[in-house]
Design a protein around this ligand. Structure first.
Ligand code: UDX
Length: 438
């Protein structure tokens, strides 16, 4: 198959590289000249474990190339994926589809024979219909089928998620398009990954409903965490206890500082807006969005409370800035609100993150960055663990205690057993557990 991926951002690049790895010929297109030049020079603009190696292998095998110009490759393609950005529109929270429609028009102009055009970007229900209308009215002579095929990749685990998906959702009822999509994913269904075919609108909604459900699950356990703290229960044990019930499941029940990233905040908001437009509000999700927003700010207050209610003139060491580990992505990261609250409270903030500091520098206020946890912990009044990077899981607590001014750990990811931290004489403030003062 000849595949063209329009948009070489996170989704486009990972999907394009993995399709090439299946043996297809893939061209990844992007309007950004700088991005394409970098990719052609062998630089990968995002941090994703395993991606660079796959790109390299498939480029040298001649199955993967990059281009600023979509027309030549689209003319040869069997399938064109649209993987451009759909940011939240300023002001109203709706997904901004201008890039999607612009790409669709350019594709249609360049298409020659029968071509399947697939939306991979997360797009509101009805976007496929609108693209089809554009094709029908503005390019009536072109033979194009529009298919929805949402991605469910998690940053940091995207390659595994792509190659071992729980399911592949494909929204089309057209027989020719079904054949083409079967061929595209043949290596996966040979591995027994289920291809789930449904109507295009259903497929578009599946993506939003899946993300909203997961965001709701996280928010649920976060509220149970707050309650656990107050009544003296342990939220990790509650999560385990409920998760053993197969109807509930044990995934996405880690209480923390609130969800962030490029998907959950944007997609929950877009679903809320779409549902309101159709006069069928999704109230659970509206509430989820509001609770999660408040939570990020509340985490700043939690740190201040752990410092006896006052951080003025105190040094706080923040471990982890990205919205989750194994990524350099700072979008909607809880660290942003937490650090803002600490700075507003008069604290001096020192921070360290294995991959996120470059991006953080543009987003955070006056923060001093260090090279490792021990450096930023020197003379600190408290350490706050915001992101659960592996390298924070086995800190030398003895050494930390000697370098800190005040041995307090606020662990917003529950990565330490309480007994281990208190044994070393730390005050320990986790999520959804009784606070352990010194
Ligand atoms: C998510 C979806 O998982 C993926 O299917 C979709 O395609 C894109 O959005 P991603 O944003 O990369 O992926 O990260 P994910 O691992 O889902 O985590 C999202 C946020 O939820 C992070 O801030 C994470 O820290 C938080 N989270 C996740 C929790 O707080 N608790 C959990 O139990 C799980």
């Amino acid at each position: 198959m000849r595949i063209v991926m329009i948009g070489s951002g996170y989704v486009g690049l990972v999907s394009g590289a993995c399709f090439a790895d299946f043996g297809h010929h893939v061209t990844c297109v992007d309007k950004s000249e700088a991005k394409i030049n970098a990719l052609e020079a062998g630089e990968v603009p995002i941090y994703e474990p395993g991606l660079e190696a796959i790109i390299q292998q498939n480029r040298s095998a001649g199955r993967l190339d990059f281009s600023k110009n979509l027309a030549p490759s689209v003319g040869e393609a069997d399938v064109v994926f649209i993987a451009v950005g759909t940011p939240s529109r300023r002001g109203d929270g709706h997904a901004d589809l201008s890039y999607v429609y612009a790409a669709a028009r350019e594709i249609a102009a360049a298409v020659r024979g029968f071509t399947v055009v697939v939306t991979k970007s997360t797009v509101p229900v009805g976007t496929g219909d609108e693209i089809e209308r554009i094709f029908r009215e503005e390019f009536p002579q072109k033979d194009i089928e529009v298919v929805s095929n949402p991605e469910f990749l998690r940053e940091g685990a995207a390659i595994t998620d792509f190659k071992r998906p729980d399911r592949i959702v494909i929204g089309t009822e057209n027989a020719r398009a079904i054949e083409v999509m079967r061929e595209v994913y043949r290596p996966l269904y040979l591995n027994e990954a289920p291809l789930y075919f449904c109507e295009r609108r259903t497929s578009e909604l599946i993506k939003y409903a899946a993300n909203a459900f997961l965001a709701m699950k996280i928010t649920f356990i976060n509220e149970i965490a707050d309650l656990s703290e107050k009544i003296g229960a342990d939220v990790q044990k509650v999560a385990k206890g409920i998760g053993m019930d197969k109807r509930i499941g044990d995934k996405f029940l880690h209480a923390g500082p609130g969800y962030g990233g490029s998907c959950f905040p944007k997609d929950t908001l877009a679903l809320v807006k779409t549902a309101q437009d159709f006069d069928s509000p999704v109230r659970l999700i509206e509430t989820t969005v509001a609770i999660n927003d408040n939570r990020k700010r509340a985490m700043g207050r939690k740190v201040i409370a752990a410092c006896d209610g006052d951080v003025r003139g105190k040094k706080i060491a923040v471990l982890g800035l990205t919205f989750k580990p194994n990524t350099d992505d700072m979008r909607d990261a809880p660290s942003i609100s937490i650090i803002q609250a600490l700075l507003d409270g008069g604290a001096t903030v020192h921070a360290y993150d294995p991959e996120g500091m470059e991006a953080a520098k543009d987003m955070l206020g006056p923060v001093t960055y260090g090279n490792d946890p021990y450096e930023i912990a020197a003379d600190a009044d408290a350490i706050v663990i915001v992101t659960e990077w592996d390298e924070f899981r086995a800190l030398d607590l003895k050494r930390l205690k000697t370098v800190m001014k005040n041995p307090i750990i606020v662990d917003l990811r529950n990565i330490y057993p309480v007994s281990e931290v208190t044994k070393h004489g730390f005050g320990y403030f986790a999520i959804g557990k009784k606070p352990e003062k010194r």
